[in-house]
Write a protein that binds this ligand. Structure first.
Ligand code: SF4
Ligand code: SF4
Ligand code: FES
Length: 522
């Protein structure tokens, strides 16, 4: 049954919202951001900061927009003189003890206290410059969290996250009044597998990530929408880069997958994206040694091998590869009447599952790879050991960014990857490809949701996306035209394979869509 709607106006903009919607959320529909600190859509409402005061016609007192439900005929004014003056007062109180830290604070440039003070705070303080501000030393809360109490505005977002979402209540508000601060349980640490979210939730620079400390100022960062590669959950993330180096991973909200959160495993899973020991040029074997060459020469070598091959071909692929690369890697051996018998397999590193109890269906999954489901939909199997054994008698073995390579086999090894494992030195041809931060592509998560990720930095040297490499090779073998973009590569997937039918990059947007008929795994 459709939700019952109520009609109201916010700053003279009429909106209709489902009954029960909070005024602060209804305001977003009217294009109005009501200043706020304690409110967060992923946490229970606390109503403690009073920053979201607004005027509602026919109500004698100002109301907090985060705890007031929209009602039929309501007239909300966020910019009335009374509302603005009340919020300016709240800011003045918050700043009494807040240090003038912005020049050295990691949060500067993405701090809500800075933003709202700039927007509607007083131009100057009424306190004497000699007023001694409260001082408490910095505390080490856990493996990746520092607490700077002087900057804390006691919004309690961190306390509520640990209590209601992580359901491990190790934080509290200790003391009262202007002596209050966030305390950590004397016998506990902030080391829950999802604890890093308190850093994102903190609206000021009071909770800081040790990993990101002093790495960059907010305005130096470039941002790209991506998907976490840490497990099969497929959490939506933003990759922050500084000078083409990934320096931070943060959650990107997707109500269908990860709401507003990511786990610490995913948050820290980015250093490999910056590896310096990359393959930067195609390599071909000459005189028993690998030598750098150009793409054309390398492609000719591969097509010569494939044209001359008969019998069994084995593809050993990484479940971190994009759907597009996996598709074209398969196309290389499909059809064409060359009489090749194709086997494709992947293996996944497994780990411990770690749920976030307050959010249904959200967990760090045991399967630590982002695209196992995609590989399955494309026809790759999980019998890796059998495929390895089959590789020993195969005419050609194609390895796609998988370090577990068979020892020198009867057949010809073609290695396509980001780095060169020792055994890949046996390859006839080595082709360099981009990693997830260096290309556009899609993954399919464990629930069959197809999600796009975007390029965050350039690939090194001559490395190109996997889909480009395999589509060029397919075209060289006479199997259709090559594709020029990831979107085109995906369109080819959608034309060919039933689960992807009807989907396109445009439709997927950056929150994804379920693949048709992709059964949810048991
Ligand atoms: S540490 Fe940050 S999130 Fe926690 S109460 Fe203080 S300001 Fe709020
Ligand atoms: S749950 Fe999985 S996908 Fe989500 S952040 Fe953690 S590792 Fe990444
Ligand atoms: S955001 Fe409404 S009281 Fe804090």
């Amino acid at each position: 049954m459709p939700d019952e709607l109520v009609n109201l106006t916010i700053d003279d903009v009429p909106v209709s919202v489902p009954k029960g919607t909070l005024v602060i959320e209804a305001a977003k529909q009217a294009g109005v951001l009501v200043p706020h600190y304690c409110y967060h859509p992923g946490l229970p409402v606390a109503g403690v900061c009073r920053m979201c005061l607004v005027e509602i016609e026919k109500q004698p007192k100002l109301a907090i927009a985060c705890a007031t439900q929209a009602a039929e005929g309501m007239v909300v004014k966020t910019q009335s003189a009374a509302a603005k003056s009340a919020r300016t007062g709240v800011l003045e109180f918050l700043l009494i003890n807040h240090p003038l830290d912005c020049p050295i604070c990691d949060q500067a440039g993405e701090c809500e206290l800075q933003d709202f003070t700039f927007q509607e705070g007083r131009a100057g303080t009424r306190y004497s410059p000699d007023y001694p501000k409260r001082f408490n030393p910095v505390e080490d809360f856990g493996p990746d969290v520092l607490y700077v109490p002087n900057r804390c505005i006691l919004c309690t977002r961190c306390v509520r996250f640990m209590e209601d979402v992580a359901q491990e209540p190790v934080l509290n508000v200790s003391e009262r009044g202007d002596r209050a601060f966030i305390g950590v349980h004397p016998e506990a640490r902030l080391d829950h597998p999802w604890a890093g979210n308190v850093v994102d939730l903190c609206p000021v620079g009071s909770l800081l990530s040790k990993d990101f400390l002093h790495k960059a100022r907010a305005w130096e960062l470039d941002k790209a929408a991506s998907v976490c590669t840490g497990c099969s959950q497929g959490c939506n993330v933003t990759l922050d880069t500084r000078d083409d180096i990934v320096v931070r991973v943060r959650p990107r909200s997707n109500l269908e997958v990860n709401r507003y959160f990511i786990c610490d495993h995913g948050r820290m899973n980015y250093r490999w994206m910056n590896r310096g020991d990359r393959i930067e040029a195609p390599l071909v074997k000459r005189g028993g040694e690998l030598h750098a060459t150009d793409w054309q020469d390398a492609f000719e070598r591969v097509t010569t091998v494939l044209r001359g091959a008969g019998g069994r071909v084995v593809a050993l692929v990484s479940p971190r590869a994009s759907t597009e690369a996996l598709f074209f890697a398969r196309e290389l051996f499909r059809a064409g009447g060359r009489g090749l018998e194709w086997t494709g397999a992947f293996q996944v590193v497994m780990g411990e599952e770690a749920p976030l109890p307050g959010v249904p269906d959200l967990a760090l999954r045991a399967e630590r790879a982002p695209n196992g489901r995609g590989a399955e939909l494309l026809g790759y199997g999980r019998e890796y050991a059998a495929a390895l054994a089959a590789a020993e008698s195969a005419a050609v073995v194609l390895v796609l960014d998988e370090p577990d390579i068979p020892v020198r086999t009867a057949g010809t090894l073609i290695y396509v990857g980001t780095v060169l494992p020792e055994r890949a030195r046996d390859a006839e041809v080595v082709l360099p490809i981009a990693n997830v931060a260096e290309e556009d592509g899609t993954f399919v998560n464990r629930d069959g949701r197809v999600q796009r990720y975007a390029q965050a930095k350039p690939a090194p040297g001559m490395a190109r996306p996997g889909w480009w490499v395999f589509s060029e090779l397919s075209a060289a073998l006479g199997q259709g035209d090559p594709v020029a973009s990831a979107a085109e590569a995906f369109a080819r997937v959608a034309q060919t394979l039933e689960p992807f039918r009807g989907l396109s990059y445009e439709q997927l947007g950056f929150t994804g869509k379920p693949a048709a008929a992709a059964p949810v795994p048991a």
